[in-house]
Design a protein around this ligand. Structure first.
Ligand code: CAA
Length: 259
């Protein structure tokens, strides 16, 4: 598959790496890029050999948001009829394998929203997050007003959405937006390391864990706990559960077959 706005590679034949690649526009997200991203994500998701996906950008920008030039002249009818944002932005939500965002530089507007759509964010110490749409006379349109408060709480989310200010990596980690902050030159190794660890676990258990954590944002506590318990019980039907527990009991390293 050849792409113009992203680069795609595999690492150790078990991690899919997607790099956003519109450097002159600081990886501004246009339809072409989002279509390519959606396609690459689907290919990795259905590849039996791949256990985890890393999504990253350049040192200067993960992504500086939706492409402002492309939407500047939109009318309401253009945006609504074209289903702008939803049309090709929601693909990542349907991916069942974990997707890690490795963020350096700017993650603004749609870039911050895209990072938040990933399962967790590892940030370089130069990362800057923000929802600056208010400065453009609009509001976040790819889930920023919904996912940011879930990640950092109402007060900080309001602050970000209403002032348009940026949050640095330290504040982002303190607020729970990112899971780890590492020096810029360690970012790719850190994200790949996490992805390789995940890839070696039981794929079925990994997918179940992702599904169950995501359920926490869609259901009440009792329903969520019951959902988790059903998945937990179901995992006893897998060969990987037998392998994982037998390996522990016999003090050896588990080798999962993803069955
Ligand atoms: N869309 C299109 N082009 C963009 C862009 C964007 N979101 N962000 C940056 N660029 C382009 C600039 O126009 C510039 O292009 P030229 O060289 O052709 O002029 C190039 O990238 C480099 O940008 P700057 O010269 O501005 O670089 P800087 O280092 O001085 O500033 C920045 C970096 C602070 C990120 C600044 O570029 C900026 O503020 N960008 C816009 C951020 C923004 O508002 N994002 C939200 C977009 S709306 C959205 O995302 C809606 C949604 O919810 C989905």
């Amino acid at each position: 598959m050849s792409y113009t706005s992203i680069e795609v590679r595999t690492e150790a034949e078990k991690v899919g790496v997607i790099t956003l690649n519109r450097p002159k526009q600081l990886n501004a997200l246009n339809d072409q890029l989002m279509d390519e991203l959606g396609e690459a994500l689907h290919i990795f998701d259905s590849d039996e050999g791949i256990g985890c996906i890393v999504l990253t950008g350049s040192e200067k920008a993960f992504a500086a948001g939706a492409d402002i030039g492309a939407m500047a002249k939109f009318s309401f009818a253009d945006a609504y009829k074209g289903d702008y944002i939803s049309r090709n932005w929601e693909t990542i939500r349907s991916i069942r394998k974990p997707v890690i965002a490795a963020v350096s530089g700017f993650a603004l507007g749609g870039g911050c929203e895209l990072a938040m759509m990933c399962d967790f964010i590892i940030a370089a110490d130069n990362a800057k997050f923000g929802q600056p749409e208010i400065k453009l006379g609009v509001i976040p349109g790819a889930g920023g007003t919904q996912r940011l408060p879930r990640a950092v709480g109402k007060s900080k989310a309001m602050d970000m959405a209403l002032t348009g200010r940026m949050m640095d990596a330290v504040e982002a980690e303190r607020s729970g937006l990112v899971s780890r902050v590492v020096p810029l030159d360690k970012l790719q190794d850190e994200a790949l390391g996490a992805a390789l660890v995940i890839s070696d676990f039981s794929r079925i258990a990994v997918m179940a864990a992702k599904e169950s954590v995501n359920r926490a944002f869609e259901s009440g506590l009792s329903d969520g706990v019951m959902f988790e318990r059903r998945l937990f019980h179901a995992l006893f039907a897998t060969a990987d559960q037998k392998e994982g527990m037998d390996a522990f009991v016999n003090k050896r390293k588990a080798v999962f077959t993803h069955l």
